[in-house]
Design a protein around this ligand. Structure first.
Ligand code: HEM
Ligand code: HEM
Length: 192
């Protein structure tokens, strides 16, 4: 390939380095929190269970804080539009699913930890980040409310997990079967 043709090619539209870092950092953290939550909830009452509950709550609050920064970044920095050739070949339902799944994931990035926080407060366990920073109670302690909220932390976390599985399957399908190279947009490059 000559230098002239390289220069003539439009650059691949990519996510910014900040968006890429936040995507992989929070993606990993959310998968970790899901696995940790499922593991600890099945443990018998023990010092280990108590320790993991606390770590889960601190990590969940850190993820919630980073998700606020991520949303602010996303609202102030437009993501790259899908390449024209992909848009042309994508049926309308797939474009709808692509954008819909991303909106739903963003909503759940807030709903899941906020419901977890509300459950913890209702159950009468305050959240003290890193054991030194007490957070205000999200709701007042109330046993009946806690029983009402408890299943919803799991239900919303499962919904997020299902969307993430679909999201990863779709990303890999575009990459390997359709050869659309969407993954490149979410990986750092020398031009960043
Ligand atoms: C940020 C993302 C979070 C994810 C993906 C997540 C995920 C999970 C999962 C999968 C479980 C197991 C549910 C079950 O099997 O019963 C769980 C349990 C739990 N989570 Fe989270 N969590 C998150 C954030 C938080 C936050 C911020 C708090 C509180 C401040 C919290 C508090 C709890 C508590 C107290 C439990 C135990 C519930 C029980 O005893 O049934 N979580 N979490
Ligand atoms: C193997 C794992 C993963 C792969 C291959 C992957 C791939 C991708 C790709 C290629 C995009 C850009 C799509 C486009 O070009 O429009 C993207 C965006 C996105 N991904 Fe992932 N992803 C992975 C894991 C995750 C996880 C675990 C989460 C959430 C917990 C997640 C949430 C998102 C979100 C919310 C966006 C939209 C970004 C934005 O517009 O701000 N991803 N992902």
């Amino acid at each position: 390939m000559t230098e002239t043709t390289t220069l003539e090619q439009p650059p691949t539209p990519r996510y910014s380095l900040t968006a890429i870092l936040l995507h992989w950092l929070l993606g990993l953290a959310l998968v970790g929190l899901f696995i940790m939550g499922s593991f600890m909830a099945d443990l018998p009452i023990s010092p280990l269970r108590l320790k993991l509950f606390n770590w889960h709550k601190w990590a969940g609050i850190c993820v919630l804080t980073l998700s606020v920064l991520r949303l602010l970044w996303r609202l102030t920095h437009r993501p790259p539009a899908l390449p024209a050739d992909i848009q042309a070949h994508m049926p309308a339902w797939q474009r709808f699913a692509h954008h819909g799944a991303q909106y739903a994931m963003y909503a759940l990035f807030f709903i899941v930890p906020l419901v977890g926080w509300a459950y913890s407060s209702a159950a009468g366990f305050p959240v003290v980040v890193f054991g030194i920073l007490p957070l205000p109670d999200f709701v007042a302690a109330d046993k009946e409310l806690a029983e009402l909220i408890e299943p919803w932390h799991e239900i919303t976390a499962d919904a997020l997990a299902a969307l993430v599985v679909l999201h990863i399957a779709a990303a890999l399908k575009h990459q390997w079967f359709d050869k659309h190279a969407l993954l490149q947009r979410m990986l750092p490059s020398k031009t960043h």
